[in-house]
Design a protein around this ligand. Structure first.
Ligand code: 4AD
Length: 456
């Protein structure tokens, strides 16, 4: 027995300890546990006490090293972002002290797994964005270890889950359309082209045309794929690669399309807020977050043109926007922020929209199209009813100067049992930028791609 005790004292790792993730810490208070993670913060108090906040991706845990545990070489040279394993007992903090989850682990043993560099190469010296803000993108692999970046990514994961849940609850089937394509959807200006075994091909701008072909096969469908746009300007809401949530429905009206978009957005916000750990993250990032109110405002393009005039929102040359002109990002944002709530901007003129959009029967100058605009970001969703008539579609190709040959499969939809149908695409990063009040969509994806950056 004595010999056993001596062995245990010399090697406390042999004592019984439950291996836990930090998210399980509350449930394991009072028991000896083993936790591994990265040193997130470090504070020394006198000679005999060190506080380390440990991070393992599932949470944060304050750990206290006392007495001889602080005197070892490893303790004296411990640096941020080192990986360590700590053994000890977690107990609730007395009143007046604060730490994550209001408890801390008193270590009885700990060991270094790998020590991160100190000095010039120290973690904190890698992220000096004051000198050059592009450091934050260059060092994105380190930035995502931070609290707010990782919170955004964590909420993003729940948002994706909520989107899928909505579509599943409505009986949609998820499909995975190709990203290597030979057709355009949203205009030639933003196509990335590539050499496909000697043939010209593009990176997909939108899965819409493929989703349309799924309707007769699977009924209502959705997809979440990467879309690619060769955007040549730096804005807060444009990426070269973005996550595109798209859906397509058959036998619907334009009003039903709008209602679906509204329901998807509101369901997703509700779902995310009903998951407690995620709700906490949302309110940490946006203390005054308010879910949008239904119904969303419906505003026709022609009335938006009037609105811009009435509110003195002009073009750079000092003249007003006229019917038929595209409303660019700046005036659209100015109007959206003034109105201050979600807007369905509807019925854009044929000439400024894509070849596939259906005209309104009451006013053939305009299409059954919609952009959902949100305060702070602007357009988050673009959708429309699609042309169902073969001749009208052929005229659409012609108007936009598109060679119909590679679109034979899309055209076939109007030959083999056509119907009224419509759908939409939602920019996931824009949705996140809106919901989490981020300055730019670049903070809302793992590794943003934009002109001039394709690393890390
Ligand atoms: O309005 P867009 O171009 O519409 C389409 O692609 C349709 N074919 C979708 C459909 O009906 N299935 O793009 C849809 C959404 C935009 O509202 C915006 O949120 C996002 O995609 N988006 C971008 N997000 C980030 N960076 C870019 N460069 C984006 N371009 C569009």
């Amino acid at each position: 027995e004595d010999a056993k005790l001596i062995v245990l004292e010399q090697n406390p790792t042999l004592q019984q300890a439950t291996k836990i993730k930090i998210r399980e810490a509350v449930a394991n208070r009072g028991r000896r546990v083993k936790v591994s993670g990265w040193v997130h913060r470090l504070r020394t108090q006198g000679k005999d006490m060190k506080f380390a906040i440990l991070r393992d991706g599932s949470g944060y845990l304050q750990c206290v090293l006392t007495g001889k545990l602080c005197h070892t070489y490893d303790a004296l040279t411990l640096s941020l972002e080192s990986t360590i394993t700590i053994y000890g007992v977690i107990s609730e903090l007395p009143q007046g002290k604060t730490a994550p989850d209001n408890h801390e682990l008193s270590a009885d043993y700990w060991e270094v797994i790998h020590k991160a560099p100190g000095g010039d190469d120290a973690f904190t010296n890698k992220l000096n964005a004051e000198a050059d803000p592009s450091v934050l993108y260059e060092q994105r692999h380190l930035v995502i270890r931070g609290e707010s970046s990782s919170s955004v990514l964590r909420v993003r994961s729940q948002i994706m889950k909520a989107f899928r849940e909505y579509f599943d609850s409505k009986g949609f089937t998820e499909v995975n359309p190709p990203c290597l394509v030979q057709t355009q959807v949203e205009g030639g200006g933003t196509l990335f082209d590539l050499n496909y075994y000697g043939e010209k091909a593009y990176l997909s701008q939108s899965s819409q045309l493929y989703l349309e072909t799924c309707l007769p096969s699977l009924g209502d469908v959705y997809s979440c794929s990467e879309s690619y746009r060769a955007e040549r300007s730096h804005t807060r809401r444009h990426l070269s690669e973005y996550s595109h949530l798209e859906a397509e429905m058959a036998f619907i009206t334009f009003d039903e399309l709008l209602n679906t978009i509204e329901e998807l957005v509101c369901h997703t916000v509700d779902r995310v807020l009903s998951h407690e750990p995620t709700r906490d993250l949302v309110y940490q990032l946006v203390p005054d977050f308010k879910p949008p109110q239904r119904p969303f405002m419906r505003l026709d393009y022609k009335d938006a043109i009037k609105y811009l005039k009435e509110h003195d929102i002009k073009k750079e040359d000092g003249t007003f926007y006229e019917f038929g002109e595209d409303i660019p990002e700046a005036p659209e944002r100015a109007m959206t922020d003034k109105i201050g709530c979600p807007i369905f901007l509807c019925r854009f003129p044929v000439e400024i929209k894509s070849f596939y959009m259906k005209r309104c029967s009451k006013d053939p100058r305009v299409t059954e199209s919609v952009d959902m605009l949100m305060p702070g970001v602007g357009e988050i969703v673009g959708g429309s009813m699609r042309i169902s008539d073969l001749d009208e579609l052929l005229a659409g190709y012609k108007r936009e100067g598109i060679n119909p040959a590679p679109y034979y499969w899309y055209t076939d939809q109007r030959k083999y049992g056509t119907t009224e149908h419509g759908g939409f695409g939602l920019g996931v990063e824009r949705f996140i930028a809106w919901m989490l009040h981020r300055d730019t969509v670049k903070e809302c994806c793992l590794y943003p791609r934009f002109m001039g950056r394709c690393l890390p």
